[in-house]
Write a new protein. Sequence first.
Length: 254
Amino acid sequence: MDMTTLSRDEIIRGLNQAKSIQQDPHNTVRILFSPVKITDENIGDVFNIYSKIDKDDFDTVVVIESQPGSAVKKLPMPSFKTIETPFGEVMANDKLRNDFCDEDDDFFINDDAFDENASLYDQLMILQCALSDFSVLSIQITDENSFIVKELAYALEEIMASKNALLVFCCEMSGVNQNELELVNSYYQTGNMSALMNYLNSGESSIEGVGAFIAGLIVAGKWGLKLSFSSSDENGNQNILAGFAEMQRQPILG
C-alpha cells in the first residue's frame, strides 16, 4: 500500500473508528512512535496511535527519523518552506528550525538526506487528517552515535518542553523481537541510561530507526511520560514500536 492511494475520508474514518474503541481515557500525549513506512500491515496501528490526539491539541509537529550515512551533516533539517502532499501544503516552522541551529553545531539546514523516501511524507498525510492546523519541522539523524542521539534528545527536551508541540519518532521492529523491546524498556523504566547507550552503540539492535527510538525514550524519560507500545501478534509481524507517551496521571489528594 502507498499512502497516496488513501483518501482523506478513508484516513479520517480509520482515525474515528480507532478513537471509538479506546477503552481508557488518556492524558495529554506528547510523543508518538510511528512506523518508518505506513503499509497495509501496520495501518491499523497507525490509526490507533494517531487517534490519541485531538484536532486542536498541537500547533507544531516535529518528525524525527534515522537515515544513517545519508549525509555528512549529523542532524540535518530540510530547507523547505512548505511541503506538499496530496492533501495540500504544510508550512515549515522556520523559527523552530533556526532555534535548533542555534542550539548546537551538529544541527544544519541541509537537504542531502531528504528525498522522496522520507518517512515525513507518510506521517504528514495522517497528521493532516488528525490535526486542524499545524506547522512541521523535520529532523533527520544521519549518525546514530550515542553522542549525537543524546545531543538531539537533550535539544528536543529543552526547546520543545514549553511548546504546544507533538514529537513523532519514526521507528519499527518486528514482533519476533519482543524480548529485545522488554530489555530496552527495562533500561528506560529503571533510568539506566548507560545501558541504553551501550545497547545503541553495540550495533546489535534489530530496530529500524534505532537512533530515533532511543532519542524518543530519552525525551520521554526527561519529561516523565508514561510509555505504551503495541504487543506482538501471533505471527510476530506487527510493529511493536507503534506507541505513544503521555503525561502521568497525578493522584488526587484530600
